[in-house]
Design a protein around this ligand. Sequence first.
Ligand SMILES: CC(=O)SCCNC(=O)CCNC(=O)[C@H](O)C(C)(C)COP(=O)(O)OP(=O)(O)OC[C@H]1O[C@@H](n2cnc3c(N)ncnc32)[C@H](O)[C@@H]1OP(=O)(O)O
Ligand SMILES: O=C([O-])CC(=O)C(=O)O
Length: 383
Amino acid sequence: MTQQSNTDEIKKGLAGVVVDFTAISKVNPDTNSLLYHGYPVQELAARCTMEEVAWLIWNGELPSHDQLLAFERQERAGRALDPVVKRVIDELPTTCHPMDVCRTAASVLGARDPKAADSSREANLAKALALFAAMPAVVAYDQRRRRGEELVEPREDLGYSANFLWMTFGVEAAPEVVRAFEVSMILYAEHSFNASTFTARVVTSTLADLHSAVTAAIGALKGPLHGGANEAVMETFEEIGINPDESHEDAKARAKAWMDNALAAKKKVMGFGHRVYKHGDSRVPTMKAALDDLITYYGRPEILGLYDGLEQSMDEAKGIKPNLDYPTGPAYHLIGFDIPTFTPLFVASRIVGWTAHIMEQLENNSLIRPLSAYNGPDERHLD
Ligand SMILES: CC(=O)SCCNC(=O)CCNC(=O)[C@H](O)C(C)(C)COP(=O)(O)OP(=O)(O)OC[C@H]1O[C@@H](n2cnc3c(N)ncnc32)[C@H](O)[C@@H]1OP(=O)(O)O
Ligand SMILES: O=C([O-])CC(=O)C(=O)O
């Protein structure tokens, strides 16, 4: 075996490597902040709708009143489940993961889009908006069919988040629930060069089309080290055991004992840690406040007990803080989503960030093609 290259040059996982500029978001682990085009995400989550934030991420500025109205009209007109996508979903086994359904739906939508191969900014913006409008129906219908329920048609009188919940559950959600869900959508929308966004940029750098890049990004988001962690968090809560009659303190004590055992067994506990933030994820306090509101609304203090117990034990033992997937897991559970639907919810939101990065990559493209250090056999020949 040879080690021909200077292995000091290898940056495993590209950790610490700055790959390119982006004007879309700034993740600053030192100040524990996240800005979308300069605006702190906490302010956006408190004061804006998901539609306004999507517009901001794509266009670099918040929309004017008229721009927002026109955008909302377009988004509302694109919400119905495409009949071909529905037929394809109906053919998929319910044993497949809902992320497989999202990935397939994005691919089918690309194959059916007459402008799929047009990579002008104008066409890509239209495709981004169409995907953003279409994905909630895919996610909602997939959860419903798995429960043996019929498709619920979208409502044009509801905002993005309220309609998403309407299509999933077939009832109008309370304003408290809509708001907490909307906060999660805003926080998930964009996060610089994370693994799935980078995947989308790599695919785009070959000049492949937007739907190919989004389909690949969905694949990257599925893994439990990235988006799949929000499902794993709730699986942990279920493994510990959820008992709605339990007190906060009892649930917390059981969660602490579980975490101590898990760490003693050197387990990696999903929902904790981050490649960039080492002192806590900038989005967690905002999402934790939304989770607190849901806990109050549903009267479920034991969920907070489990949350606090795991967080406290992890902090005491290793000083590792929760990431955004930690509070979203129990929040989505309380709202009524099935665990395998959690990462598809992340997809529905992150489509905004992925497509913004696809357009930015194309504005100043260079094929992404790093080098590798060869450590296979020396040159040899057939006898
Ligand atoms: C929205 C998002 O995608 S946020 C990320 C969601 N992913 C998760 O929650 C998965 C769980 N977390 C992890 O696997 C990691 O923290 C990652 C992959 C997110 C970041 O990892 P990296 O920056 O590569 O750090 P790495 O995995 O090398 O961990 C550094 C140390 O902290 C430990 N550590 C990190 N995260 C965790 C965790 N969740 N549980 C237990 N230990 C952990 C590692 O075991 C390692 O310890 P060691 O130095 O004694 O070996
Ligand atoms: O930035 C990352 O590596 C992962 C993350 O938090 C995200 O994509 O939201």
